[in-house]
Ligand binder design. Structure first.
Ligand code: ASP
Length: 528
């Protein structure tokens, strides 16, 4: 065994141990575990520090290694075809599974009872006593809100029992009449305004009334994204978004793209720059030499970062589980939408363990198990960080050094893949959208499922390679088939966990892509 291989194995075992110990520490000692977040932050900073130089340098090296710049058309076509084919297959797996398992059946979106009389408990202003009729269900948790329809008030649920519903506090629905002020400790409270005067900081409901609704609120995280559509998203990717300062595919300012870590514009610039170097003769060749040297130096830094990866990953995992309240709070959350989570994870497993390896085996003519072990460290890192972009340095390093993929293919397939090829995200978006449809009892026929298929694929392309980006782009899928975006409230609390599984599949899809494209490229070169 070479030196490199044995140190790779050691790091891999180290990361596995870090994840297990991190889970246990976060699960059983949440408040201690939170203190380790600093280890995770240092590690993430190291990865982020290296992403921008690495993307630019590795693409320039990749492109100049193509030899003849016209060959970019060939590798480009194959890569795009691979991305679309595998993302499409992933969505298909998700759709078939969600139609079979039906995870949304039996989950309630809430209920509306406009005729129901209620009164407010005089000794507890947050408790509503239901008189006469009964609530149909009582399995509501704090994801739901209670609305007093005749008073325009709402409150997050704290307890529901037959005949009594308790909220945490009341707020006015009339958002025009509410402003939010910040307390010193950062938490917000609502102040109610009437005729431009402050009425009260706390809303007092009338003692009795008629008409209540239990429903899911639109989560704050997607509130600003309500108007997002597929056209806007694609437009943002291509021409940027001035309001958010986001650069498009063709950047106005490459330094802004670097600073924001918008990868796609950097790829575009690096492709142009690399192409230019290959056609300016002697000076170009000398510069290419220097850039190759710089690229190797950056890769060496990645090797060093790998050595501390187990500590960083331990910090990230333990702090994350600790912040979720340890096993005591986090396991019931997962169990509450257990069948949904099970469907997503099973779909990801089918795609990651059966579909992608078969493609690697039959088209890429490579041993999937060996290939998997080679990219073990980036996959575990993807699971730990939930970010394809932050994992990119490790992925590039592993496919080149462990799986023998050329810089030419890796430099081309991986950076683009980390931003637009997201099999796991696409699968999850399709399952989540269908789950929400099932919860609301909206039946979607084949035509609508085709729309989900297309929008989930595009929404995954639009999602950045950062944690929980897919949750936000899911609005696109829901809106395309008119599903209530409130439904996202049901899956919000487990998203950080599912994100880790889907990011792992995203990175695995990119890695398999390098094996497949390399084989196809070599084959076509031999034919010529
Ligand atoms: N976290 C995912 C990634 O980085 C994107 C997502 O699905 O949220 O690949």
């Amino acid at each position: 065994m070479t030196n490199k291989n044995s140190s790779h194995k050691k790091i891999l075992y180290g990361i596995v141990a870090a994840i297990i110990i991190g889970f246990l520490t976060g699960g059983f000692l949440p408040s201690v575990a939170k203190q380790f977040s600093i280890l995770g932050e240092i590690f993430l900073n190291l990865l982020m520090m290296i992403v921008v130089p690495l993307v630019i340098l590795s693409i320039i090296v990749g492109i100049t290694n193509l030899g003849d710049i016209r060959k970019i058309g060939g590798i480009g076509k194959r890569t795009i075809l691979y991305y679309f084919a595998t993302t499409g297959l992933a969505v298909l797996v998700g759709l078939v599974l969600v139609n079979l398992v039906k995870p949304g059946k039996g989950v309630t979106p809430g209920e509306k009872m406009p005729e129901l009389s209620y009164r407010i408990d005089p000794s507890d202003v947050n408790s509503v006593i239901i008189t006469g009729d009964k609530l149909k269900k009582t399995e509501y948790g704090d994801k739901y809100i209670l609305v007093l329809l005749d008073q325009n008030l709402r409150g997050e649920l704290s307890d529901v029992s037959p005949g009594r519903i308790r909220v945490k506090s009341w707020e006015s629905i009339d958002s025009e009449n509410v402003i939010y002020l910040k307390r010193k400790n950062g938490s917000e409270f609502a102040v109610h305004i009437k005729d431009k005067m402050v009425v009260s900081a706390e809303v007092q409901p009338e003692p009795k009334g008629r008409g209540i609704e239990i429903t899911l609120p639109i989560s704050d995280r997607i509130l600003g994204k309500k108007d997002q559509s597929i056209v806007n998203t694609i437009k943002d990717v291509i021409s940027g978004n001035k309001k958010e300062g986001r650069e498009g595919l063709i950047p106005r300012n490459i330094f802004n793209a670097m600073q924001r870590m918008d990868i796609l514009p950097l790829i575009f610039f690096a492709l142009l720059f690399g192409s230019a170097l290959t056609v300016i003769g002697d000076k170009g060749e000398k510069t290419i030499e220097i850039i190759s040297g710089l690229n190797e130096a950056v890769m060496k830094i990645v090797d060093w970062i790998m050595v501390v990866a187990p500590f960083g990953i331990f910090g990230i995992i333990s702090a994350r589980i600790g912040n979720a309240g340890g096993f005591k709070e986090f396991l019931p959350e997962v169990a509450a939408v257990g069948i949904y989570s099970f469907t997503v994870v099973l779909g990801l497993l089918i795609h990651g363990v059966i579909v992608l390896p078969m493609i690697l085996w039959f088209v890429g003519k490579r041993d999937p198990v060996k290939f998997l072990v080679g990219v073990g460290a980036p996959l575990l890192n993807a699971f730990s960080t939930a970010s394809s972009s932050a994992t990119l340095p490790l992925t590039l390093n592993a496919v080149e050094e462990q799986n023998g993929i050329s810089k030419r293919t890796a430099g081309f397939v991986l950076p683009i893949g980390a931003t637009i090829n997201m099999d796991g995200t696409a699968l999850y978006e399709a399952v989540a959208a269908m789950f929400i449809a099932q919860v609301y009892g909206i039946s979607l026929g084949p035509a609508e499922q085709v729309v989900i298929f297309l929008t989930a694929t595009l929404a995954a392309i639009g999602a950045a390679g950062i944690p929980e980006a897919g949750l936000v782009t899911m609005v696109i899928v829901l809106k395309a088939v008119n599903l209530p975006i409130e439904g996202i409230g049901l899956i919000l609390t487990v998203d950080w966990l599912l994100d880790r599984f889907r990011t792992t599949v995203n990175v695995w899809g990119d890695s398999v892509g390098t094996g497949v494209i390399e084989t196809l490229e070599n084959r076509s070169a031999k034919k010529k």
